[in-house]
Design a protein around this ligand. Sequence first.
Ligand code: HPA
Ligand code: ZN
Length: 329
Amino acid sequence: MIALPKAELHVHLEGTLEPEDTVRFAARNGVQLPWPGPEELRAAYSFTGLENFLSVYFQGCRVLCTREDFRELTVAYLERAANQGVRRAEMLFGPQAFLDHDIPIDDQLGGIVDGIDEAREAWGIDGALLVSAPRHRAEADALELLEVVRPWRDRVLGVGLGGAESGNPPAKFARYFDAARAEGYRTTCHAGEEGPAACVAQALDVCRVERIDHGYAAAEDPGLVARLADERVTLTMCPLSNLRLHVTDDLTTYPLKRLMDAGVPVTVNSDDPAYFGGYVNENYAAVTDALGLAEAEVRTLARNSFSGSFAHPEELRGVFEELSGNERP
Ligand code: HPA
Ligand code: ZN
């Protein structure tokens, strides 16, 4: 599993901030944190649900201030990912939390793209950036995000939507996704994490996104499952995140295998690995153990991660050959 080539399609760059780095960045940027050290911070990572997690996550974001911080964060994640066999990483990042604190977009995205370029050079990992809007804010803010990132259009591959799902259905952001598509961005939307299966359908019908982040609740609706399989809609599932945020309390009943057996292209991802106790391989290991996945099924998950990626198909030919069984994982 360590060496098995894979893509990570659902990881929030801010969620890769390890407690040691949170404390280190806070000290060097003069930011006060409510936790004195990394141990206390780790102890705070016991979440009651998504909104409670997001409040800790946004406090963590406060320590990221300079272009150098964003570069280091990106390089650290991509190095870890490369060491876990990740060949391609599509990373979500939400600029607005930082713009609110007067951190210029050029420092944010400049640091991230420097990190992506450096990691490609050092470890050959193919990093790509997706900007994400928070759904608790107005759609006008999401539309403004598209304006703000326009100067970086050639380095931003796609757009997403994250944050508190309850009370903020995908349809609220229909024009955001329309505008993004008109500008040529690839699209993905968090849906069916805390919200019902109907939100997954709405993300497809109203927002017409290409991919669904999480999609956990889709398994409750057999008609929707058949549709996801038919239309080959990739779900970027995050088992350890779902466990930590009480979306599920038991991975032995996690719907990933049922969805896979029904022909849905499911993938395994880490979401916010520094907060949820594992990077992508720990997530693969957790579902493999809990669901008793066979080696061929793990390979299918890895293959799905590339076919569901936004990479150019030409770039993926070599990795599909590797995964076709010529090399052992
Ligand atoms: N869900 C929604 N929004 C998020 C998450 C998540 O798990 N992580 C970071 N933003
Ligand atoms: Zn997420």
